[in-house]
Design a protein around this ligand. Structure first.
Ligand code: SUD
Ligand code: ADP
Length: 286
């Protein structure tokens, strides 16, 4: 029997990075928006004779241990009686683009395994798999996140359409944080109060909820990325001209996005940006 799972991804509507902690990670304040069905996993259970999980990935080449394989191995190590599985993963969004699609694959798998075995969601394991996984596994449509992304406060859904843009460069998360630290050290910049980030996030969500034009969304990685790739400035100007409500960079990049009420403005934006040679994928999610 085949089980087909739709796999979520995320956008960071705000992303403010705090100081580096003793464990090397940075505290953050972010508004996570869930993108519901961006990729798909097909799980085949006819694997009585298998001695390990078999994973195939369509459309995008991935390196390293897949989060789906890691999740199933860790669940067995925790004593969950999960049979060995054949998993086919249909990808749309490359890694290193800040849309958390890989985290979404892991989260979709954890939800499926919990339902299959009648167990509660393994929240500790979700945290271990990645900072975005607790949000994606929660099923919340929108949340304010702090800590490294594991402390979540659910918010009411926003009814907006999104255009996701993947450029031809990626932005590995570790490098983005190291560049930000270096820049802050060079400039002696201090980090703002988390309370300020919270108020900023609440104001933005309220504005988007009532359909106000918000413009460029706050993300501490944007300045560095836009200096390195002036193409972002071009995309933001096109988003404004097309009538989008908000635009920005998701996570630590490299993906950019625009939001609007309904698809009309976003389809206009697709028409102007699709000829750009630096754009590799464009997705409109209604
Ligand atoms: C920045 C965010 C925001 O949503 O998203 P992405 O751009 O990756 O989607 C996440 O916090 C990404 O978290 P996660 O995906 O778990 O990060 P990892 O790839 O494990 O982190 C790679 C490296 O980045 C640095 N790192 C990561 C997260 C964090 N809060 N502080 C850090 O300093 C650390 O050096 C870490 O070793
Ligand atoms: N199923 C998967 N899909 C995408 N990336 C994966 C997957 N499993 C593991 N990875 C690894 O996870 C990292 C990116 O995960 P992803 O959630 O797509 O992140 P980002 O938001 O940074 O683009 C990469 O280092 C990639 O090699």
């Amino acid at each position: 029997m085949n089980h087909v799972l739709y796999s979520p991804a995320k956008l960071n509507l705000t992303l403010r990075i705090g100081a580096r902690r003793a464990d090397g990670l940075h505290d953050l304040s972010s508004v996570f928006l869930r993108l519901p069905s961006v990729e798909a996993l097909t799980i085949t259970m006819d694997s009585e004779n298998n001695v390990k999980d078999l994973l195939s990935v369509q459309t995008i080449e991935l390196k390293g241990i897949n989060l789906v394989t890691r999740a199933s191995e860790r669940l067995r190590a925790l004593g969950w009686p999960l049979p060995f599985l054949r998993v086919s993963l249909w990808k749309q969004l490359p890694p290193g683009t800040g849309f958390g699609a890989g985290s979404g694959n892991g989260a979709a798998f954890l939800r499926w395994a919990s339902a299959l075995l009648g167990r509660s969601l393994p929240l500790e394991l979700a945290r271990e798999l990645g900072a975005d996984v607790p949000f994606l596994v929660s099923g919340l449509p929108l949340a304010f996140a702090c800590g490294v992304g594991e402390r979540l406060e659910g918010l009411k859904a926003l009814n907006l359409s999104a255009l996701l843009l993947v450029p031809r460069w990626s932005s590995p998360t570790a490098r983005a944080f190291a560049d930000l630290d270096r820049r802050r050290e060079e400039r002696g910049s201090s980090v703002s109060d988390p309370l300020f980030f919270r108020i900023e996030a609440e104001t933005l969500v309220d504005d988007l909820r009532r359909g106000a034009t918000v413009g460029l969304l706050p993300n501490d990685f944007t300045d560095l990325l836009a200096e390195r790739h002036p193409e972002y400035g071009l995309f933001f100007a096109m988003a404004e001209k097309a009538g989008a409500l908000a635009w920005g960079i998701s996570g630590s990049g490299s993906g950019a996005f625009a939001l609007a009420q309904g698809p009309t403005a976003l389809l206009k934006l697709v028409a102007s940006v699709s000829a750009e040679p630096w754009v590799t994928h464009l997705l409109v999610l209604e």
